[in-house]
Design a protein around this ligand. Structure first.
Ligand SMILES: [Zn+2]
Length: 132
């Protein structure tokens, strides 16, 4: 039976903390260059240390977590406001119609930057089988 070996190096890279990089949306290697331009558009490389960002492929990961977290928080807040203050419907429409996209933007930016930092720090990539 042929054994499957991966070519993945198990050692993690150094760099700044993924949480720090995620909170400030900075480069995972140097921690100074911004990751995004115009909010959530990914840059092609770090302005400071020239780290190439082509390795980045977060897929739907940040969006899934953002949907789950945002749904829980916004629904909880909406229920709290409804049962505590009993406002008219237009207050809910105005309040959550404005706050939800703002929460989503901040949360997506944080989650995407954190996932990028974790990908870079742990050298995450698609699994491959080694050829002997
Ligand atoms: Zn950098």
């Amino acid at each position: 039976m042929q054994s499957a070996k991966t070519t993945h190096d198990e050692t993690a890279r150094g760099g700044v903390s993924p949480l720090f990089s995620g909170l400030l949306a900075r480069c995972p290697r140097c921690g100074t260059g911004p990751l995004f331009r115009n909010g959530l558009m990914l840059r092609s490389r770090c302005e400071s240390c020239k780290l190439d960002y082509t390795f980045i492929d977060t897929g739907d990961g940040p969006a899934v977590f953002a949907i789950l977290i945002l749904g829980f928080v916004v629904l909880g807040l909406a229920l709290f406001v409804e049962f505590r203050y009993e406002p008219p419907v237009w207050v809910h429409v105005l309040l959550w119609g404005v706050l939800t996209p703002l929460f989503a933007f901040v949360l997506l930016r944080f989650l995407k930057a954190t996932l990028i930092a974790l990908i870079w720090t742990n050298k995450a990539e698609e699994g491959r089988l080694a050829k002997d």
